[in-house]
Design a protein around this ligand. Structure first.
Ligand code: UGA
Length: 454
């Protein structure tokens, strides 16, 4: 197999001749599985998405999504109607006659910080008996370096010698909230595999649907696995940098947003992911950073930069909590309204949300927190015993000594600040996402504190 660098210039070009879709099975109807299954169907492939949760399958068959992701429900509906997308609970039957089987099952963190490959290994093990030569397994779940080798061993033990069932690693770079856009307009496609024919199949899967040329990196499995972690941990590092810079800007009276803009115009730096906030969270960056540090540790290497990035992320939440403390004087007995619970806007996901981390800090010092989020499911949010969850931003502000904006939902810019000023006990606002206008807030006599915009 050619090395990644030799192939850097290669691109997936949109096909112009007669198009032929292939039969695909996507295993797992989580966030990645749903996007991939619906996306491949839209490309023109025939896709069965296998999922073991009967309730989820029933919902998806009706075109209803069990979580929020912009445009995804519509995409699923269109493809259900076209007949190119179906959902099934029968995993073994779902793989019959499929050329490529994309596995997207969860790879959650273990308590040690390393990755739990249990679900993935179980799927590969249980499929072993049914797999036939000519089929390929494509791993889309985020998996530690060396996983393809482990899976190949499982297949070898189960009657598939050598690379008779090739394993290809095809990491996803989908951001929650813009996953559908990212799927159709990727910045690159990474395909790692040892067998050229198997790699060609995955290239074809994408080639059929791309409407413009996309750089493709063809490499081996280990490199593809590494690219995913290196990308996510670099993004965490970039955010960590701007967050620390924001703290310094507060101290020295500089506007971090102006600095970030000027820095970002240097194409070597780039302006994306230079928005300071209460820290990075979600289901990917935190777990991938820990796995990466753990992997390095197991090879006797200490990832100093990433350790510092992890530590700085915790401190960022302390810093945001300290801004609230400064405004109210003492957190003990104070009433704090929080706007935004999800780990970022445009998602209903609360996993490892920095907003929750900040709330925990406030509550641990005796504050009473009332929180509102436009998308976090109230049921899930109520599991956060730390805060009282309300269904309107005005209820969160009611009687509060300070209002803290912890997620950058655009609707917070459209709030009626006169009304909020009327219901708050003290007119203090901490805008940890820099989404509000100081001018508007000052018009209503708020004491407004942002992040790094001194
Ligand atoms: C991340 C990566 O961006 C995707 O490329 C990757 O595919 C995905 O993980 C994954 O591995 O599945 P996601 O977890 O959806 O995507 O979230 P991001 O958009 O990366 O944001 C992560 C965190 O960083 C959020 O808490 C967000 O608020 C924060 N952030 C991001 C900032 O504080 N500032 C920024 O400038 C950007």
């Amino acid at each position: 197999m050619a090395s990644g660098t030799e192939q850097l210039a290669s691109e997936v070009q949109p096909l112009s001749g007669p198009l032929a879709g292939i039969n695909i099975c996507v295993v797992g109807a989580g966030f990645v599985g749903c996007v991939a299954a619906a996306g491949f169907a839209k490309f023109g492939h025939k896709v069965v998405c296998a999922e073991k949760d009967p309730e989820r399958v029933a919902q998806l068959r009706e075109g209803r999504l069990p979580f929020y992701e912009r445009s995804l429900e519509e995409l699923i509906k269109v493809n259900l109607e076209s007949g190119r997308l179906t959902f099934s609970m029968d995993l073994e039957r779902s793989i019959e006659g499929q050329k490529a089987i994309f596995i997207t099952v969860g790879t959650p963190p273990l308590e040690t910080g390393r990755t739990d490959l249990g679900a993935l290994e179980e799927v590969v093990g249980s499929l072993s008996e049914k797999l036939k030569p000519g089929q390929i397994l494509v791993i889309k779940s985020t998996v530690p370096v060396g996983t393809a080798d482990r899976l190949t061993q499982i297949l070898n033990r189960n009657g598939h010698p050598g690379n008779s069932i090739p394993i290809v690693n095809n990491p996803e770079f989908l951001r929650e909230g813009s996953a559908v856009y990212d799927f159709f307009y990727p910045q690159r496609i990474v395909i790692g595999g040892e067998l050229a024919e198997a790699v060609e199949v995955v290239k074809h899967v994408y080639r059929l649907g791309m409407t413009r040329p996309v750089p493709i990196i063809v490499t081996n499995n280990r490199t593809a696995e590494m690219i995913k972690y290196a990308s996510n941990t670099f993004l965490a590092t970039k955010i960590g940098f701007i967050n620390e810079l924001a703290v310094l800007c507060d101290k020295v009276g500089v506007n971090v947003l102006e600095v970030a803009r000027a820095m970002g115009l240097d194409t070597r730096i780039g302006y994306e992911f230079l928005n300071p906030g209460p820290g990075w969270g979600g289901s990917c960056l935190p777990k991938d950073l820990k796995e990466f540090i753990g992997l390095a540790d197991s090879h006797g290497i200490s990832m100093q930069i990433l350790r510092a990035v992890d530590e700085a992320n915790r401190k960022q939440q302390d810093y945001v909590a300290s801004k609230v403390r400064q405004l109210v004087g003492k957190l003990e007995g104070s009433r704090i309204g929080v706007l935004g619970l999800t780990f970022k806007a445009d998602t209903s996901d609360l996993r490892d949300s920095p907003a929750v981390g900040v709330i925990q800090r406030l509550v641990s010092e005796g504050a009473h927190v009332t929180a509102y989020d436009p998308a976090a499911s109230i049921k899930e949010a109520r599991l956060l015993t730390e805060a009282q969850i309300v269904s309107s931003p005005y209820d969160a502000a009611d009687g509060a000594d300070c209002l803290a904006i912890l997620t950058e939902w655009p609707e917070f810019q459209l709030l009626d600040w006169r009304r909020i000023a009327g219901v708050m006990s003290q007119k203090n606002v901490v805008d940890a996402r820099n989404v509000l206008s100081a001018e508007v807030l000052e018009r209503y006599d708020f004491t407004y504190v942002s992040l790094g915009q001194a």
